[in-house]
Design a protein. Sequence first.
Lengths: 134, 505
Amino acid sequence: MKLDRTDVLVAAVTVATLFAAVGMAFDVWQAVYYSIPAFVLLFMLLGSMSSREEWSSAVLVPVVGFWAVLTALFVAGAVLMDSSRELGGLHVSSGIFLYLIWPLGTIGAPLVYALVHHRWLAPDLAAADEEARS
Amino acid sequence: MSVVVLGIVIFYFLLMFAIGYWANTRTKSAKEFLVAGQTLGFFVMAIATFSSIQSGFGMIGHTANTYAWGIQAIVAAALLVPLSFALSWFLLGARLYRIARQHDVYSIPDVIRVRYPNRSAHVAMSVAMFVGSVAYMTAQVTAMGVIVGIIFDTSVTVGAVIGSVVVAAYTIAGGMLAAVWTDLVQGLLMIAMSIATFFVATSSVGGWSSMLRKIEQYDAGWLHLDATQPVTWVLGFVFLAVLGTAAQPQLVTKFLMLRSASELRWGALVASVAYAVTTLFALSIGLAMRALTAEGRAPELSNIDNTTTWFLDNMTAPVFAGFVMAGLLAAIMSSASSFITIGASSLTRDLVSSLGRTLHRDLLWGRLASAFVVLCSLLFALYLTQVVFLLGAIGWAAFAAAMFAPIVLGIYWKRATGLATTVTIAFGIVANLALTVLTSEEVITLPTYLQAGGLVIALGLLLFVALSVAFPSDGSRRYFDRVYAAPEEEPRDPLRATTPAPLDS
């Protein structure tokens, strides 16, 4: 069976879902926790594919860059879960979520989408429209 | 409530009627009634999307949970939702735009119809949409009864009738066009109300830093991720929020309404920021109430659902409380109007065409079906509490389990099949219903760490992939190729003709 890029991404989503399901069913919080940044990367890659199932570096750089920062924050949040440190009046893990991950997700992720749409998806949509008309 | 408050709310109602009347003059066909004529720009679409997702539960329920559980409630249910809006734009934006431009696709069952050859998948999604819409509407009717009852100093029953009549009037008159433009007004009202509430609530306990210090002195656990609820449960809720957002019908349908591809670019940013701002409402009142309790200025509430109303009654001026009530009513009505139109579409367009029938005068039938959805919801909310209990199980998690894989994966993945879609939809609805009944009847007891909705979504996705791989379908592959094909290659419009013959059979 020949696998294309979408097959590979769907397989990866399935594996991440399996991890999350096992984590939820057997109380392994780390499995659920780390599945979240994995989903973020996989969904961004899936949504950034052109109609010909292609990416460009103009897409991959912002997507992977965003994911790297998000994952680093998730790792920090997990590592510091048992720490007694504070961040902005909150326990440090809660602080990382409220003061860093929340704004990053609210502003950063939509900006990455705007960039990907402008550089890659919009020209692809226009080309697909043109192809459909011709 | 004071005369000023009544004035604010009556003005708000009149504004909704005016938008309904304006939309009515522009609604000449099912396309206007169901997808606002595919004329929306990014700002209206994005605000309408966020406001239909941010329901009464999001405002009042999250406030109650934040008061009861501390900061982990907001982490669980709200902080990653803005990110999931961006993911929804990634996953759905370009693909659904192309499908909507190349086919007469006005609804989620329409997407299923053009993507999969199986009539059973189309029927299953149509039924799920109708049942789910009535379920969501029933919850909104109940919430409207409480809020309108407080504002007009009347019973919950009368409040539910008043609220339902108002939202039904403008939605039946103007369909989705009225729904999205009233959503715009309601969304902006929710944003203004949430910003104002944040400053009022935190000021009532000396500001943000002072509020956190008071809570920490009382019990630092309220500020931890693993405070009152097991951390696995909290993360299961995050999973539910992240995957579930992209599979809510009131969000997915909005992508079918855009006027051009360029409108996709900034929509995610507007929706994400708007949702994040309205999260300030639950965050500030929930934590402020915990600080007030720590100080002894507020009692420990036995019913956490009263958190918002206790704060408004005791810590704010009546005029401000009225302003907030109008904002809460807006949150409830913005969710309700979308579901009235989606429910009507599922009856008059989707279910009818899935059974191979044709409806003439579809606009008239759409309006009658809208009235039917409201009437069903009102009757269930007021007189059939057992039905309300069951319908309550068909909410966010059930939609997510039923729709995520068939829609989100299906528009990318050639191997996705109609059979897998039918089974996954049935599984999503039945599993959530069964878990609700069995746990409430104490037939089974779930571990406290288990977020059942999240697990059902995960199992639904795994089931979908497994069935698609185990039972491949050439028909589903051909439909995948055709869904992005030129318009002349597609079958005739199934609303005007019979449903295309399944290629699998």
